[in-house]
Design a protein around this ligand. Structure first.
Ligand SMILES: [Zn+2]
Length: 461
């Protein structure tokens, strides 16, 4: 028998990781609500099952029904369950953070669908691995009689694997890529093979493997993620932008309080994917409902039945969708940059808190917002349904999303904090403005026709 041993190296491109809410420390008020899963030594850890699930999903998409040959299956027949063990086994993983970095914390808020503002008491803090984190995974594949081609199948599959690790994927978290695969084959019919197998264990067994990726047979691929509109959008800040980090520096008795801007792992001001997703979801639902009252739901958790829920996902809905649905639209984080690509600078803006009772300035209540006045953000929206056999994105939803983006471009919709003070107004830069101006009239027309057909169906039926 031949044992194939593969060592995979994966690198995270966006914040990510597998959360373990059950391991939340209760002895510290500062512990995040969603801490990362950790190993026995307390190091952040990516469970093998998480990688196996992502790889299996890729195999299903790529090979159709052949995934079971590599990864086994659990199938329900009318009177029994068929379980086949997976020939590919992930024996273990190890996670390495980039040098001199620590885990990140990200807060997210649910958007109140009616007010378009953050809903109270929905602040969630999640601990993440920073981009650049390396995950090493050790795989074993046994050459059973008659399945000699499995190793070649696995090796053909790995290079195109779009690795996804952990939750919050619809806000761009957990996007990783495979950077290296080595293979070592131990032939147990030979004395060398038997000696290696019996005398070495753990990661040492995988040492001295041959690099199979990237290589001449399997060069590094270009992952063409399916962009919803063919290209990212680009918006410039009109007046000022403030995305709060959730961190307020108390100034003490004489100084002012300061609301920090959210920053990414490189210290750049950031518009997180969660902000884009929440804002555009609530706007899409608002547009649909203003065209036809029952065209979209208005609940925080989603109804599980409308086009907005189908695209943005929803929580479990008893009787409709027991497991809930992960959103197929993926919104990446956007660092705020200057036109030359360097990080945008922030400035402080002073405010006086108004006394709610007199309407005048409340004595001593000064505060400062850290804002970006000049900068651009690129908005990247992918369509990545979790079901590999899903239908294309609903054209009606695509049109609604286009109108929501147009509202952002015209300033009818603002992003981030203090939009009532004029913060958060964006304008599309040249290409984005031209694209929206050209697409929106026809989108509006198509939407009108689709919705009037829908209401005729309702009244006619
Ligand atoms: Zn819904």
């Amino acid at each position: 028998m031949k044992i194939h041993l593969y060592q995979l190296t994966l690198v995270l491109d966006t914040p990510g990781g597998v959360s373990a809410p059950e391991s939340r420390r209760t002895d510290s008020a500062h512990a995040p609500a969603l801490p990362l899963a950790r190993d026995a030594a307390g190091r952040p850890h990516v469970p093998a099952t998480s990688l196996a699930g992502s790889l299996r999903a890729h195999a299903e998409k790529t090979t159709g029904g052949e995934a079971a040959r590599l990864f086994g299956e659990l199938r329900r027949e009318p009177d029994h369950t068929v379980a086949t063990a997976s020939p590919v086994r992930i024996l273990g993983t190890r996670t390495h953070l980039p040098e001199d970095t620590d885990t990140l914390r990200r807060t997210s808020t649910a958007i109140d669908r009616d007010r378009g503002a953050a809903a109270p008491a929905t602040l969630r803090e999640r601990e993440c691995l920073p981009p650049g984190t390396t995950v090493t995974a050790w795989l074993r594949l046994d050459d059973a009689p008659g399945s000699g081609l499995l190793a070649a199948e696995l090796e053909a599959l790995l290079p195109s694997w779009p690795v996804r690790i952990g939750g919050a994927q619809s806000t761009g978290h957990g996007r990783a890529r495979l950077t290296r695969v080595t293979r070592r084959v131990l032939d147990l019919a030979t004395p060398q093979g038997r000696r290696a197998w019996l005398t070495r264990g753990g990661p040492a067994l995988f040492e001295g493997g041959q690099v199979v990726f990237p290589g001449p047979v399997h060069p590094a691929p270009q992952h063409d993620a399916p962009l919803v509109f063919g290209a990212p959008f680009s918006f410039a800040i009109n007046d000022a932008l403030h995305i709060g980090s959730g961190c307020r520096i108390e100034g003490g008795h004489h100084a002012t309080d300061r609301n920090e801007h959210l920053r990414d792992h490189l210290g750049r001001p950031l518009v997180p994917g969660t902000t884009w997703k929440g804002l555009l979801r609530s706007r899409c639902a608002f547009i649909l409902r203003s065209l036809a009252e029952h065209a979209a739901c208005a609940t925080l958790t989603g109804c599980g039945a409308c086009p907005v829920c189908a695209a943005f996902g929803h929580s479990a809905v008893p009787g409709v969708s027991e497991g809930g649905l992960r959103g197929r639209l993926v919104f990446l984080d956007s660092p705020v940059l200057q036109p030359d690509g360097t990080p945008a600078e922030t400035v402080s803006r002073d405010h006086v808190a108004l006394d709610r009772f007199t309407g005048g300035a409340a004595a001593g209540l000064l505060f400062t917002d850290e804002v970006v006045e000049r900068g651009q953000v690129a908005l990247t929206i992918f369509d990545e349904p979790s079901d590999p056999h899903a239908d294309p994105l609903d054209p009606l939803l695509r049109d609604v999303l286009l109108l929501a983006l147009y509202d952002l471009h015209t300033g009818a919709l603002g992003i981030g904090g203090r939009t009532t003070r004029g913060y958060g107004t964006l304008n599309g830069t040249a290409d984005t403005a031209a694209f929206l101006e050209q697409e929106v009239p026809t989108a509006r027309e198509r939407l009108g026709q689709a919705l009037s057909a829908l209401s005729e169906e309702v009244t006619g039926g």
